[in-house]
Design a protein around this ligand. Structure first.
Ligand code: URA
Length: 245
């Protein structure tokens, strides 16, 4: 059961204070009766709630794919920088990013209010694969592929778990596709540093079964499709062990 004003605000009818005004004016009915009390408890999916005579559908969870632009932080609020939530036009006040990308990193970030799913996706036990398009300075040699697969000492207690490196191009600077199953602090930056190739550009292109929708420019987002949500919830899709050999 949730408060009626939250139900209406989450469904996009208005802000909490607008919704309170609508309630006061008698514009909302619950199971056929005008209801003016914002604190009235209702059960989504059971109670019939009408606003100006039209049924108001409620979705408990929302899921978005954001192409995070550089320059904003993966947080719900920040006193200095824009946050990833500033790009999402939703009246919900309980959205958060499922995971973090550094301020200068671009790419795929899931924004949701589904805490249980986010917890599963971020749990180290699940080894969710995350692929990054990486540009580094210098010419990356083939032996970096084995080094990444065997695990790199990036200064933590343990070496990194096996990662898949694909060299897309190599020259004065090199372009790589790097897939990791962990989420350590600055992991890709530190891996590239240990390989001797300072990072120039980083963009996450996939997260578990989700691929970044390339019609989304940096700063744009869209709701996940029902198929994408089902794929994210499927345990088989989120566990991936990369073998050393
Ligand atoms: N690794 C990094 O170094 N930065 C990110 O934002 C993500 C992975």
């Amino acid at each position: 059961m949730i408060r009626l004003d939250k139900y209406l605000a989450d469904a996009g009818i208005g802000t909490r204070s607008q919704v309170k005004q609508y309630l006061k004016k008698g514009m909302v009915t619950v199971n056929g009766q005008i209801q003016k009390r914002p604190e009235q408890k209702v059960t989504p999916g059971e109670d019939l709630i009408l606003f100006q005579g039209k049924a108001v559908a409620y979705t408990k969870y929302e899921y978005y794919m954001l192409n995070k632009p550089a320059g904003c932080v993966s947080a719900t609020r920040d006193s200095e920088h824009k946050t990833v939530l500033d790009y999402i036009d939703s009246r919900r006040d309980d959205l958060f990013p499922a995971g973090r990308l550094d301020r200068d990193t671009e790419g795929l970030l899931v924004i949701t209010n589904d805490g249980a799913l986010s917890h599963r996706l971020l749990s180290p036990a699940h080894h969710v694969p995350k692929s990054y398009f990486v540009r580094v300075s210098g010419c990356v040699r083939e032996d970096a592929i084995d080094l990444c697969r065997l695990g790199l000492d990036i200064g933590d207690e343990k070496p990194t778990k096996p990662a898949l490196l694909e060299i897309l191009s190599a020259g004065e600077s090199s372009e790589l596709l790097l897939t990791i199953t962990e989420g350590r602090y600055h992991q890709i930056k530190r891996m590239c540093h240990v390989l001797g190739h300072p990072l120039e550009y980083l963009k996450r292109v996939s997260f578990g079964p989700l691929a970044l929708d390339d019609s989304l420019a940096p700063g744009q987002y869209r709701p996940l499709t029902p198929e994408e949500i089902a794929q994210l919830k499927n345990e088989e899709n989120i566990c991936c062990i990369i073998k050393k050999q």
